[in-house]
Design a protein around this ligand. Structure first.
Ligand code: ADP
Ligand code: ADP
Ligand code: ZN
Length: 214
């Protein structure tokens, strides 16, 4: 089962991707998490990616594609995976498609978590992230048990630099310009499914399960 999560930044892709990965025992692959882990560890890749991420811009395709193809080539991806935050451009989608085609494979579902721009700023300003384990919370909707502390690993929760209001608006613009065209791309391939991402988290998940188990 190979699944791509589409949707604006803050739409809930990561939240749903983790739930899908848990239920169906496939890896959850987030290019954003991979970049953040590299920034945290001070790698060259991390330093390069940070220049773009801090401005709300996309990391260049060459860099991103290489990382993703390495990751999906690993043993644990044989039975499938959930991609969260990749592809984000048409060229990225085409490279992925070609790499899969060479193996006689293809994407099974591209799930668009649809949330209007008006809701996005609220989602992102309330998001709190654990940069150690990748868990995400929301001050109102998904609060941690102890304020400022990750339930899963006990590390500190932060407001991501790129979740601050001015960067969020840039990211939304980048989303509309560069990522939204993927909806049409996967529609044409016949694998696009849309869910209403404004529902409660568990209801969004039920909508997704209904699609996957149809
Ligand atoms: P969100 O969860 O809000 O959608 P992500 O964690 O997926 O954000 O991504 C954070 C940032 O990492 C993006 O704004 C972008 O700079 C970079 N990034 C992540 N995935 C990609 C990608 N596929 N292509 C280019 N840049 C990416
Ligand atoms: P994305 O990966 O698309 O950037 P996230 O999964 O990180 O989005 O969700 C963005 C923020 O919104 C997080 O703080 C998350 O806890 C919260 N959130 C996710 N899904 C919902 C939902 N259905 N209702 C309310 N808040 C949500
Ligand atoms: Zn944690």
């Amino acid at each position: 089962m190979k699944i791509i999560m589409l949707g604006a930044p803050g739409a809930g892709k990561g939240t749903q991707a983790k739930m899908i990965a848990d239920k169906y025992h496939v890896p959850h692959i987030s290019t954003g998490d991979i970049f953040r882990a590299n920034i945290k560890n001070g790698t060259e890749l991390g330093m390069e990616a940070k220049k773009y991420m801090d401005q709300g811009l996309l990391v260049p395709d060459e860099l991103t594609v290489k990382i993703l193809l390495d990751r999906v080539g690993k043993e644990d991806c044989k039975e499938g995976y959930v991609l969260d935050g990749f592809p984000r451009t048409i060229p990225q989608a085409k490279v992925l498609d070609e790499a899969l085609a060479e193996l006689g494979e293809s994407i099974d579902y591209a799930i668009d978590v649809d949330v209007p721009d008006e809701n996005i700023v609220q989602r992102m300003s309330g998001r709190r992230a654990c940069l150690s384990c990748g868990a995400t919370y929301h001050l109102e909707h998904v609060p941690p048990q102890k304020e400022g502390v990750c339930d899963k690993c006990g590390n500190e929760l932060v407001l991501r630099d790129d979740d601050k209001a001015d960067t969020v608006l840039n990211r939304l613009k980048v989303y509309h310009d560069q990522t939204q065209p993927l909806i049409q791309f996967y529609e044409t391939k016949g694998v696009l499914k849309t869910v209403d991402g404004t529902q409660a988290m568990e209801d969004v998940f039920q909508s997704i399960i209904a699609i996957l188990e149809k």
